[in-house]
Design a protein around this ligand. Structure first.
Ligand code: HEC
Length: 245
C-alpha cells in the first residue's frame, strides 16, 4: 500500500461530498404523541439498528493488518525473529540513546528506561521497565508501535527483539551480552515487578459493600464536620511540602 496517500482521509472527503449532496441521510421519526402516557410494555421491542450516518467506509483488510500489531503477554501476536543484547546495544546507541541516554538513564527530561529498582514506595518512585512494568510484551509492543519517537514503526522484527534484549540487559534482567531474545523464548522472560499486578478483584473483595442492601448497622451516632474545602489550604507551602530538587 502506498504511504503517500492517506486512504482514510480520501474516504472521509468522499463521504463529505456525499453528505453535502444528500443532507437528509438519517432522520428520526417524530415520537408518537401518547408515548409518554403509557407505562412501558412488558417486553420492550428490540432496539432499532443504529442509523447509518453515511460517513467514511469500512477499513480495508490491508489497513486493519497494518495497525493490528498487538502483542499479548502470552506471546500471541509476536512476529518471528531474534536479536541479541549486543545487536540491540548498537541499535539503541544509534536510534534511542539521543533521548533515553546510553544506559537508558534518560537525557534531560526524556523518559528513563532503566533503574529505579525498589523505588516504587519512596517519595519519588522511578517507574521503569525493570522497576515497574509487569510484562515484556508491553516493551516489545510499545517500542514496535511508537519508537523511535518521530520515526515510529521503522524497526524490523529482528531489530525489535535485539533492542528489547538490550533493555532487559540495561535493567539487569539478563546479564549476558550474548543473550538472544526471540519469539521462541520470549514468554520465558519474567519482569521483576510482575507479581505486584493482579486482576481487579473488587467484585469479590468489595462484594458486601456493593450489595443491594447498604449496611445500616453500627453507624456512627453523629457526624462531625472538621473542615471545609474552601478553608482548607490545599496548596503546600515551602515549610510543609517535601523537598524537591
Ligand atoms: C526523539 C526522542 C526519542 C527517541 C529517539 C526515542 N524515544 Fe522512546 N520515548 C520518547 C518519548 C518522548 C517517550 C514518552 C512518550 C509518551 O509518553 O507518550 C518515550 C517512551 C519510550 C518508552 C516507554 C517509557 C515509559 O516508561 O513509559 C520506551 C520503552 C521507549 N521510549 C523506548 C525507545 C527505544 C527502544 C527507542 C529506539 C528504538 C526510542 N525509545 C527512541 C522519546 C524518544
Amino acid at each position: 500500500m502506498s504511504r503517500s496517500v492517506n486512504p482514510v482521509l480520501l474516504a472521509g472527503l468522499a463521504a463529505m461530498a456525499v453528505l453535502a449532496a444528500a443532507p437528509l441521510i438519517a432522520q428520526t421519526k417524530p415520537a408518537a404523541k401518547h408515548a409518554q402516557a403509557h407505562p412501558p410494555a412488558k417486553t420492550a421491542p428490540a432496539p432499532a439498528p443504529a442509523a447509518k450516518l453515511g460517513l467514511g467506509r469500512e477499513a480495508l483488510p490491508e489497513e486493519i493488518k497494518a495497525w493490528d500489531i498487538s502483542v499479548r503477554p502470552d506471546g500471541k501476536g509476536l512476529p518471528p525473529g531474534k536479536g541479541t543484547v549486543k545487536q540491540g546495544d548498537e541499535i539503541f546507541q544509534a536510534q534511542c540513546a539521543s533521548c533515553h541516554g546510553e544506559f537508558g538513564q534518560g537525557n534531560g527530561r526524556w523518559p528513563v528506561l532503566a533503574g529505579g529498582m525498589g523505588s516504587l514506595k519512596s517519595d519519588r518512585p522511578e517507574k521503569t521497565i525493570g522497576s515497574f512494568w509487569p510484562d515484556l510484551s508491553t516493551v516489545f509492543d510499545y517500542v514496535r508501535r511508537a519508537m523511535p519517537y518521530g520515526n515510529a514503526q521503522s524497526l524490523s522484527p529482528d531489530e525489535l527483539y535485539a533492542v528489547t534484549a538490550y533493555l532487559l540487559y540495561l535493567n539487569d534482567i539478563v546479564k549476558d551480552e550474548d543473550f538472544e531474545l526471540s519469539d521462541k523464548n520470549f514468554t520465558s522472560v519474567k519482569l521483576p515487578n510482575a507479581a505486584a499486578f493482579y486482576d481487579d478483584d473488587r467484585e469479590t473483595t468489595e462484594k458486601a459493600f456493593w450489595g443491594k442492601e447498604p449496611c445500616m448497622t453500627n453507624c456512627k451516632p453523629e457526624v462531625k464536620i472538621t473542615g471545609r474545602a474552601v478553608i482548607l489550604d490545599v496548596t503546600p507551602d515551602s515549610k510543609t511540602a517535601p523537598k524537591v530538587d
